[in-house]
Design a protein around this ligand. Structure first.
Ligand code: C2E
Ligand code: CA
Ligand code: CA
Length: 571
């Protein structure tokens, strides 16, 4: 028994010596602790790890521990003593040079030669590993954050929004609402202030959203200038309240690049029980679209009727896109006559859509949709190309063709590539005139429009202001732009027979135009009585059903060939 004890102790001493040598290379320090005598021995290596502290080693150990780690580490140590088990812990120490190191410690409980309980332990410095790990975790956390959040605003991104919605779908009996938000005219904001300015606006809205949502709610940027707020268990009236708060907060002027900008948004709302969330986002999108259609800066709540309207409209938009490709959108032609001689003086080309199943569609049936879906410029272009082709054909056949007016939408007038596109069409100078609706000139013209107007004039294309008097006539615009002609709106023309004041109004418009050396066309001339009065007022050209309706190209060709007009003067 005694022998065996002696040999165990010898072996142990031997082992420690061997370990000392073997571990010297690996930087592992060894300690022994006699529990009953409370005596501790450290080898040189361990002293080096702790920075060669002075004093009783058990005291040194406790005092070296990082204050935040003392309690937990000592607890583990005391527990191992009480339970007479092996010991393992990791803690920080502060060395005399104030550097912080991470130490891993492992110890074995044993009874020594004197029958006294002891620990034999090994400790090594794992600071590098810990730091590397921390950095790794930090980077993983950053990567997770980046994957879940929008880089610009810090809101959740589309992916996380979908995840949040999917999670809600698993909670039974939850009432979920979405406010789907889109900034009004964001493209114009971007064009005017540059992308940095646009970013400020996006950021501003995201702040408003974060401040508006409740703890359980989610605010996300779905992309571009499209945002969404997901509200849980809100009543219909409180979701309306959320939408109103967002809109009124956004209406406070935002400081951007030293000026104050007022921004508005449209909101679509949809609500559903959690077991029926699959279509919620597309429903809020439909409502949002409706809010845009109804004039922006408003809030609409989804209804099934809205969805079916929109499905019909989507179909029409898809059809229109295809129609433009295959040439179903064609010009009809309406004559303009000289008010004195009643001879043909000009032509207006007006768009018609030969719809394969619905027949011939008038602009009223497709222009609004074309405008909201950014197809109006494509229509203008298709009409202009078809007009040029018809002019070529008619000229080739020896028909004399007067000047043709083609309508030009605001969207196309804003196109930075407009002049390049027109250049490619080799438009003969003096043959074509563009009609621009009056509202384009309400505000001061932006640089793009100014450049395009100049380019249009350089190409020998004349400029007319359409529908003059229909809205807020901008005389300043007239002076600034100096169009070749103005077209007096048919709403102004119609009442001139009954009302002296209305007649005078047209008369003064004519006078102003004449002072500025601008020619005047009257539209919507339905009778020859109108024609007479207009001629007396000094209007130079007349257009209206009295002289001809818009006609398909081959009928109009006959008219140009001199087939007598099927009308006579009534007066
Ligand atoms: P607008 O430019 O003012 O065109 C004149 C409209 O008045 C035409 O309607 C024409 O058919 C109609 N009209 C002509 N004479 C009379 C008349 O005596 N009495 C009445 N009540 N109406 C008359 P339309 O062809 O339906 O075009 C409507 C509007 O659609 C046009 O108004 C124009 O703003 C727009 N539009 C037509 N084609 C194009 C196009 O190619 N591009 C663009 N951007 N807009 C177009
Ligand atoms: Ca027109
Ligand atoms: Ca007009």
């Amino acid at each position: 028994m005694g022998n065996s004890k002696l040999s165990t102790s010898d072996e142990l001493e031997n082992l420690i010596r061997q370990l000392g040598l073997a571990l010297e290379a690996s930087g592992i320090g060894i300690w022994q602790h006699n529990i009953s005598r409370n005596q501790t021995r450290w080898d040189e290596q361990l002293k080096a790890i702790y920075g060669v502290p002075k004093g009783p080693l058990d005291v040194v150990w406790l005092e070296s521990l990082h204050p935040e780690d003392v309690e937990a580490t000592n607890h583990i140590f005391q527990t191992a003593i009480r339970q007479k088990t092996d010991y393992a812990s990791q803690f920080r120490i502060i060395r005399p040079d104030h550097s912080i190191r991470h130490i891993r410690s492992r110890a074995r409980y044993f009874i020594d030669v004197n029958g006294e309980p002891c620990f034999i332990g090994a400790e090594w410095d794992v600071t590098e590993d810990v730091l590397r790990n921390q950095e790794l975790q930090q980077r993983q956390a950053e990567a997770r954050y980046a994957a879940d959040h929008d880089y610009l605003t810090g809101l959740l991104n589309r992916r996380s929004f979908d995840t949040a919605l999917a999670t809600l779908a698993q909670n039974p009996d939850t009432h979920v609402s979405i406010c789907h938000i889109d900034i009004d005219r964001f493209k114009e904001i971007n064009d005017r202030l540059g992308h940095a300015g646009g970013d400020i606006v996006l950021h501003h809205l995201s702040l408003i959203l974060s401040q508006t949502v409740g703890d359980k709610d989610v605010a996300a940027r779905l992309g571009g200038d499209e945002f969404a707020v997901l509200c849980v268990d809100s009543s219909d009236c409180s979701i309306d309240g959320v939408a109103k708060r967002i809109q009124s907060a956004l209406e406070q002027p935002i400081p951007v690049n030293g000026q104050f900008l007022t921004v508005q948004c449209s909101i679509g709302i949809a609500s559903a029980k959690s077991n029926d969330l699959t279509k919620l986002l597309s429903h809020s999108d439909v409502a949002l679209y409706q809010a845009k259609r109804n004039g922006r800066n408003r809030c609409e709540t989804f209804s099934p009727a809205m969805a079916s309207n929109m499905a019909g409209e989507r179909q029409l938009v898809a059809d229109l896109r295809a129609a433009l490709e295959v040439g179903q959108v064609v010009p009809f032609y309406q004559v303009q006559v000289d008010a004195k001689t009643l001879k043909i003086s000009g032509i207006e080309a007006l768009a018609r859509w030969r719809h394969p199943s619905r027949g011939l569609l008038q602009p009223a049936e497709f222009l609004a949709i074309a405008t909201t879906n950014s197809l109006i410029a494509a229509i203008d272009e298709a009409i202009l190309k078809a007009v040029l082709a018809d002019v070529d054909l008619w000229s080739m056949r020896g028909v004399e063709v007067p000047r043709i007016s083609v309508n030009l939408s605001a969207e196309r007038l804003n196109d930075p590539l407009l002049i390049e596109k027109l250049n490619r069409l080799n438009i003969p100078a003096g043959r074509i005139s563009f009609e621009l609706i009056e509202t384009i000139f309400l505000d001061s013209l932006n640089d793009q429009i100014k450049a395009n107007l100049e380019g249009i004039r350089d190409l020998g294309i004349e400029i007319e202001i359409d529908d003059l008097g229909s809205g807020h006539a901008s005389l300043l615009g007239l002076v600034e732009l100096r169009p070749d002609r103005v077209k007096i709106d048919r709403q102004l023309v119609a009442p001139i027979l009954q009302s002296v004041t209305r007649r005078r109004l047209v008369g003064s418009l004519v006078d102003i135009a004449k002072t500025l050396d601008i020619q005047v066309v009257a539209e919507g001339v339905e009778t020859f009585e109108h024609a007479d009065v207009l001629a007396d007022l000094g209007v130079e050209f007349l257009q209206g059903y009295a002289f001809g309706r818009p006609e398909v190209a081959h009928d109009f060709e006959k008219r140009l060939r001199g087939t007598p007009l099927p009308v006579r003067r009534l007066a």
